[in-house]
Design a protein around this ligand. Sequence first.
Ligand code: URA
Length: 214
Amino acid sequence: MSFTPPSPDCPLCPRLADFRAENRIKFPGRHNAPVPSFGALDSEFLVVGLAPGLKGANFSGRPFTGDYAGELLYGTLLKYGFARGSYQARADDGLELINCRITNAVRCVPPQNKPEPLEIKTCGGFLKKEIAAMPRLRVILSLGLISHKAVLAAFGQKASAHIFGHGAVHEMGGVTLVDSYHCSRYNTQTKRLTAGMFENVFEVIKEKINQNDN
Ligand code: URA
């Protein structure tokens, strides 16, 4: 099954389209468009972030790339064998994902890094189709509550049946959703999320993927 991502000029969220138009003027030559997912559709593992950072993924055109949050995410993916190469915060750094794909709940950069509920719902249509186009998908890592809710919506699950929590594991008909606090600068600098806490979540994910291999 294939997946059609939003077009570079996707008009579905007027506020985000206006912000994109402003950013194209302010920062010409940068990506300034919905950020395409990174990694193969036939992966067993999907990471779902929040939204591209203004001068990170929105500039580089690759999720988390150039964003502060990318340092911990890509470092941990490399450590757990879900990536090879070296992460250099550029889309042309040659980093490759292994059995892993990365996307965002909202694919366009939102003002102040805060998408509105309708934008999350609208962009969620792409997430739902993308998940449906991943035939081998076994584990989803949600980074933060917005991602968690977007994934539940994609599966038609009630939020009340699956409470977000760091390290919480939710079974959803053949796919396991694992939650983590977002690896944002704020969360890591305040120690709400430490590298060790993030690695604990990856231990659970690795075990789930290995179980499914047997
Ligand atoms: N960059 C992304 O692409 N997603 C996030 O959630 C944060 C930074």
